[in-house]
Design a protein around this ligand. Structure first.
Ligand code: NAP
Length: 312
């Protein structure tokens, strides 16, 4: 009996019976990516699978864009339960699945696929993963918050915005360097903000603005939660996401970046007396929700969390 390899290829998947025949546990879940070596998903999912006695394991598959459709089709014949997909496949898989959840449809991207008979069902757990992380970190739900998303032009920013809108948050301000992308997203989400139960206040409930100090300053008094959905903060030399002087003690700051664990934004927020958290919780909860989507049982979050922490 052998341990799984760090990374398998498409050609391995084509010959899966032979390639995986000596594994100690059958590999029935995977992450597809290109590249995929960096993915921590096996370290998070395998302790979870073990703790519920699932009798299978999770592996990395290096799948190139031109192999994606065939690789997805092979999931069914090779007895997989499902897969996660990461860069660059979230859009490609969206076009390849047979059906999908509403949140995935609204985001236009899929990060989780479940095999259901001869159908592939897509889901996007980044968005509900963020929702669960916010609840865990700040003991409050998106629905009760006035939220600013910085980086609303990217995939993670769009996922966050769709979840906030589907949860009918109090207010949503979409910020982006390329403001046209934030404006287009606001137009897409407009129908979710027509809600007779939410009274109009002094500020517009849905707005798109440019990533500029003055524009953000005008909004931040009327904001509770600031979400960084850009990649700014991963490098020491990165600029400020929000100028420190604009962060106030009443703000909650959620940085989707988790490496480094303490970004400049988090340090600035804490120095301003605001509550702050990094993106590890979102990473954990998107995994936990994928687990539940595949296995139809509550995710063993403690085991998954400790596997994820050990992988850092
Ligand atoms: P993406 O699609 O490349 O989007 C990047 C976004 O950031 C765009 O809105 C872009 O603005 C903006 N941006 C990038 N560099 C910028 C800069 N120097 N100045 C101003 N704006 C800048 O990336 P993504 O996939 O959405 O991921 C974004 C971040 O979220 C990454 O750090 C990723 O690791 C993190 N993430 C974390 C989790 C988690 O579980 N914690 C999940 C998903 C993503 P323009 O539109 O103007 O280019």
């Amino acid at each position: 009996m052998a341990e799984a390899k760090d990374v398998y290829t498409f050609s391995d998947l084509q010959n899966w019976e032979e390639v995986s025949s000596d594994l100690d546990l059958p590999a029935r879940l995977a992450v597809f990516g290109d590249p995929v070596e960096h993915s921590r998903s096996p370290q998070m999912h395998n302790p979870g699978l073990e703790s519920v006695g699932a009798g299978c394991q999770y592996v990395r598959l290096h799948i190139r864009p031109d192999e994606l459709t065939d690789a997805l089709a092979l999931l069914k014949s090779k007895n997989f339960i499902g897969t996660n997909v990461t860069i660059p496949h979230k859009g490609g898989v969206f076009d390849a699945v047979d059906d999908m959840t509403e949140v995935a449809r609204r985001i236009g991207a899929v990060n989780t696929v479940a095999v259901d008979g001869d159908q592939l069902i897509g889901h996007n757990t980044d968005a509900p993963g963020l929702k669960r992380a916010i609840r865990e970190e700040f003991s409050i739900d998106l629905t009760d918050l006035r939220i600013m998303i910085i980086g609303a032009g990217g995939g993670a920013g769009k996922a966050a915005a769709v979840q906030c809108a589907m949860d009918h948050c109090e207010r949503l301000v979409l910020v982006n360097r390329t403001v046209e992308k934030a404006e287009a997203l606001a137009t897409e989400l407009h129908d979710l903000f027509v809600d007779p139960d939410k009274l109009e206040g002094p500020a517009e409930r849905l707005k798109a603005i440019a990533w500029e100090e003055k524009a953000m300053e005008r909004e931040l008094d009327q904001i509770d939660l600031i979400i960084n959905a850009t990649s700014i903060g991963m490098k020491r030399t990165d600029p400020e996401v929000v100028p420190q002087r604009l962060i106030e003690p009443h703000h909650m700051v959620y940085d989707m970046v988790y490496a480094p664990a303490r970004t400049r934004l988090i340090a600035d927020a804490e120095a301003a007396g605001a509550k702050a958290a990094n993106g590890l919780g979102m990473l954990l909860w998107q995994g936990a929700l994928s687990f539940e989507f595949w296995l139809n049982q509550e995710a063993p979050v403690a085991a998954m969390r400790s596997g994820l922490m050990d992988s850092l």
